[in-house]
Design a protein around this ligand. Structure first.
Ligand code: 5GP
Ligand code: ZN
Length: 115
């Protein structure tokens, strides 16, 4: 828990969010400004600022996050159609919240390349 971190405050319940999934290591909740019909953020409960701050001890955690993404996609009904998982890293990568998060986007056809 980092006291000035928005997503740590969502984890602690100090800031409300619509939680879609939770276990001992991660939570997933609705993005406040959705970019697709389904747009969830999957985050580790451990405060990690960016993907660049990952260490070997986090390897299993990242695999778990991708499995959670697949579970949410199946439960939400867009797994077979297809979906996108995105991590924005640092400013030029589009990151604005400094707690590692993975966007799970589904419910529409994605375009490539992203903006
Ligand atoms: P980034 O640009 O850092 O990859 O993504 C941050 C995401 O967090 C954005 O998609 C933004 O809409 C979302 N976000 C920012 N503030 C809040 C908030 O207070 N609650 C929720 N649920 N999402 C937020
Ligand atoms: Zn945090």
């Amino acid at each position: 828990m980092t006291s000035d971190c928005l997503f740590c405050k969502i984890i602690s319940g100090d800031i409300p969010a619509t939680i879609r999934y939770e276990d001992d290591r991660v939570i997933a909740f609705d993005d406040i400004d959705p970019k697709a019909p389904c747009h969830f953020l999957i985050i580790p409960k451990k405060h990690i600022a960016t993907a660049l701050d990952l260490t070997p001890e986090d390897n299993e955690l990242i695999g778990h996050i991708y499995q959670v993404a697949g579970k949410i996609a199946r439960d939400s009904g867009f797994a077979d159609a297809g979906y996108r998982v995105v991590n924005n890293c640092n400013k030029a990568g589009g990151q604005v919240v400094w707690h590692l998060h993975f966007h799970l986007l589904g419910g529409r056809n994605m375009t490539w390349p992203p903006g």
